[in-house]
Design a protein around this ligand. Structure first.
Ligand code: NAD
Ligand code: UDP
Length: 333
């Protein structure tokens, strides 16, 4: 199949590109590099030992999106492109709604115009809002606590409505839990600008000495050790989930939603200790106040993806910690 990866130069998109190429699919990457670097493209080619076409394009631009679809005879789209920083979304809601909603609307209308029927969308566990119970199942209530989350919530609705109106369409909504780790080659991984917001990239920078210590946001949650619990998933496992989602979309019409997580919750202290042990490094930390907006526990019931997509996360926490550290040490190359 020939698959367009919007935002394919980003963290999850680049790993998915590698898996799709390895499985024999052809890909086209479209990215405006607002949150990624151009050298990622050559790195994907280096790992996959295959070539593909790149468009430097803003999917919030309807005309440019149409032009891409006119040039490429696409079979499917995986729509990663979007802004993703929760804190920033609270400060710049208009930019977030504009970028994340417009790009989806443009991709969908180009798909309809050029007869492309299959789309896989990057949604997020954030649509579960403040969970009333865990593990989270796909049919549990959704709600959001910040503009970024609402863009995911709204995009899910837009995609569902489109699947209803266009009976030939196949829409797969993937709700990611917390992707960490990197490709084992150390050539691609997550490289956030400035001081990281997320736990794993922060820990990796503390381990290198670039940051003095990890601030643990609260140890008085109702969890096993008081620190927040999340469902961390290796990004390569997550990438493989997209392959299964594409296969599913070829055989099924309508809209379906799947959690992509491991189903296991790890606390912040679990992660600190796992990282120290896996990599034989020290991660100094201090307990500080809770971060506003954080929930105590968020982890998936991933049985639906297992049952229907035939997908299960395979990599364990040691591999996640080792690959994150390997990538961190390669970032400056
Ligand atoms: P990322 O920022 O690394 O990748 C997104 C890519 O999209 C970047 O390369 C960026 O340059 C590009 N982009 C953004 N807006 C664009 C536009 N208008 N036109 C063209 N390119 C554009 O993020 P990621 O971690 O790889 O996440 C991919 C998707 O998964 C995002 O939609 C994100 O919201 C979602 N998601 C991520 C996580 C996570 O923890 N990383 C969790 C849940 C959901
Ligand atoms: N966290 C922390 N210190 C940090 C970053 C994160 O203690 O510097 C905690 C955070 O409170 C949460 C967990 O680590 O319990 C995961 O946070 P992250 O931002 O990576 O993911 P999210 O909160 O979006 O699930």
């Amino acid at each position: 199949m020939k698959i367009l990866l919007t935002g394919g130069a980003g963290y999850i998109g680049s790993h998915t590109a590698v898996e799709l190429l390895a499985a024999g699919h052809d890909i086209v990457i479209g990215d405006n590099f607002s949150n990624s670097k151009k050298d990622v493209i050559d790195r994907i080619k280096q790992i996959a030992k295959r070539d593909f076409k790149l468009y430097e394009i803003d999917f919030a631009d309807a005309k440019a999106t149409d032009e891409l679809f006119a040039k490429e005879d696409l079979d499917a789209v995986i729509h990663f492109a979007g802004y993703k920083a929760v804190g920033e979304s609270c400060k710049m809601p208009i930019e977030y709604y504009r970028n994340n909603i417009d790009s989806t609307l443009n991709v969908l209308s180009s798909m309809r115009k050029y007869g492309v029927k299959n789309i896989v969308f990057s949604s997020s566990a954030t649509v579960y809002g403040v969970p009333k119970q865990v593990p989270l199942k796909e049919d549990m209530p959704t709600s959001c606590t910040n503009p970024y989350g609402w863009t995911k919530y709204m995009n899910e609705q837009i995609l569902r409505d489109t699947a209803t109106a266009e009976p030939d369409f196949s829409v797969v909504l993937l709700r990611y839990f917390n992707p960490i780790g990197a490709h084992e080659s150390g050539l691609i991984g997550e490289n956030p600008n400035g001081v990281p917001n997320n736990l794993m990239p922060y820990i990796a920078k503390v381990a290198t000495g670039e940051l003095p210590k990890l601030n643990i946001f609260g140890n008085d949650y109702a969890t096993k050790d008081g620190t927040g619990v999340r469902d961390y998933i290796h990004v390569v496992d997550l990438a493989k989930g997209h392959l299964k989602a594409i296969e599913y979309s070829c055989k099924n019409k309508g809209a379906e939603v799947f959690n992509l997580g491991t189903g296991v919750g790890y606390s912040v202290l679990d992660i600190v200790h796992a990282f120290e042990e896996a990599n034989n490094v020290k991660v100094p930390y201090a307990i500080v106040d809770r971060r506003p907006g954080d929930v105590a526990e968020c982890y998936s019931d991933a049985s639906k993806a297992h049952k229907i997509l035939g997908w299960t996360a395979e990599k364990n926490m040691v591999q996640m910690c080792r690959d994150s550290w390997n990538w961190q040490q390669n970032i400056k190359l």
